[in-house]
Write a protein that binds this ligand. Structure first.
Ligand code: PHE
Length: 347
């Protein structure tokens, strides 16, 4: 068309629309269609440049010309909008067909985290003893010689130190027993005391039932008139709550520098009921903790008058309780972090 000449006669809308429709037909997808649209309606598209020619027209011709171009723009816009909608529909259908969903397929399993068996047992212990009025007190993992040994009536030359070889750091050691917490608490708090002290302890030990790091739960009761009978009564309650209603305890004489008398506490085997099985190695009893009446010297070391007050203390390995409760035969399983092992302990 010759725009320079009789411009208003030469717009040829039908021809332009037909031409645009043909070009649009060749577009493979919505993106190509957009390119075609731009050739007509874009900033330097055909329709836009028609508009620019308007300034060359006589003033009186401009309104009619402008309207025609605008109408043409509107027709093209409507046409492209419809073609674009259809192209996008086709594209979506194609995409859905490619991504066909098998509704009979099993869903993806969401895995939930769970508490570690040592944490489960620790929480259970706290629950049981909190019910008897014990309060939790946590001591530091890096201790010094005084709290870990000396104040617990285990001076530097004491042979009992040999059994608790540990890891030494500058100015201290990794505590070998939560018993150190007994001293720290008694220095702070006057009787009556009912303390429960859970935490990590460290020893130079390593086999199927011992690990260089493990957890203990310490208990300490100090008041007027506390005896071994109180310890025994409390332990009976404890094993019933922890293992089974029919569990019983047995005290055997033992030795700890910080208790006098000292005992090892056995619980009747919950697997065989005391008849003897593999778990209890045929004896019907399983050793669960060490305990005793607090040694007078320990009370004295903490400024507690042993003629006025007495107490009992106990300490148990949390891993050991967990192993007994769940039938775990190797302590290493508790630190290997194998999810297949750990996920069996969801409550
Ligand atoms: N601390 C002792 C140990 O580690 C256990 C214990 C605690 C014994 C309290 C008596 C009293 O073996």
């Amino acid at each position: 068309m010759d725009l320079e000449e009789n411009l208003e006669e030469n717009i040829e809308e039908e021809k332009i629309v037909a031409e645009a429709a043909r070009a649009a037909e060749t577009a493979e997808d919505s993106r190509a269609l957009y390119e075609v649209k731009m050739q007509y309606l874009g900033r330097s598209g055909k329709v836009t440049s028609l508009m620019q020619h308007m300034k060359k027209l006589a003033q009186e011709l401009r309104p009619t010309f402008g309207k025609r171009v605008n109408d043409l723009r509107a027709r093209l816009e409507a046409m492209f909008a419809e073609l674009d909608a259809r192209a996008k529909e086709r594209e979506m259908a194609k995409k859905l067909a490619a991504e066909s969903v098998d509704v009979t397929m099993p869903g993806r399993k969401l895995s939930h985290g769970a508490l570690h068996p040592v944490t489960i047992v620790k929480n259970r212990l706290i629950d049981i003893f909190a019910g008897m009025g014990f309060e939790v007190f946590e001591g530091p993992e890096i201790e010094n010689d005084y709290y870990n040994f000396t104040a617990l009536n285990t001076p530097a030359d004491h042979p009992a130190r040999d059994m608790q070889d540990t890891f030494y750091v500058q100015g201290g050691l990794l505590r070998t027993q939560t018993s150190a917490g007994q001293i720290r608490l008694m220095e702070k708090k006057k009787p009556p005391i009912k303390m429960l002290s859970p935490g990590r302890v460290f020893r130079s030990d390593d086999d199927a039932t011992h690990s260089p790091m493990f957890h203990q739960m310490e208990g300490l009761v100090v008041d007027r008139g506390i005896t071994l009978c109180d310890l025994q009564g409390m332990l009976d309650e404890f094993v019933k709550a922890m293992f089974s209603e029919t569990s019983k305890t047995r005290l055997r004489p033992s030795y700890f520098p910080f208790t006098e008398p000292s005992v090892e506490v056995d619980v009747s085997c919950h697997a065989c009921g005391g008849k003897g099985c593999a778990l209890c190695k045929g004896t019907g009893w399983i050793e669960v903790l060490g305990a005793g009446v607090v040694n007078r010297r320990v009370l004295e070391n903490c400024g507690v008058d042993p003629d006025e007050y007495s107490g009992f203390a106990f300490g148990m390995g949390i891993e050991r309780i967990a192993m007994l409760k769940y039938g775990i035969n190797n302590i290493k399983l508790l630190t290997e972090n194998d999810v297949r092992f750990l996920e069996q302990f969801k409550d």
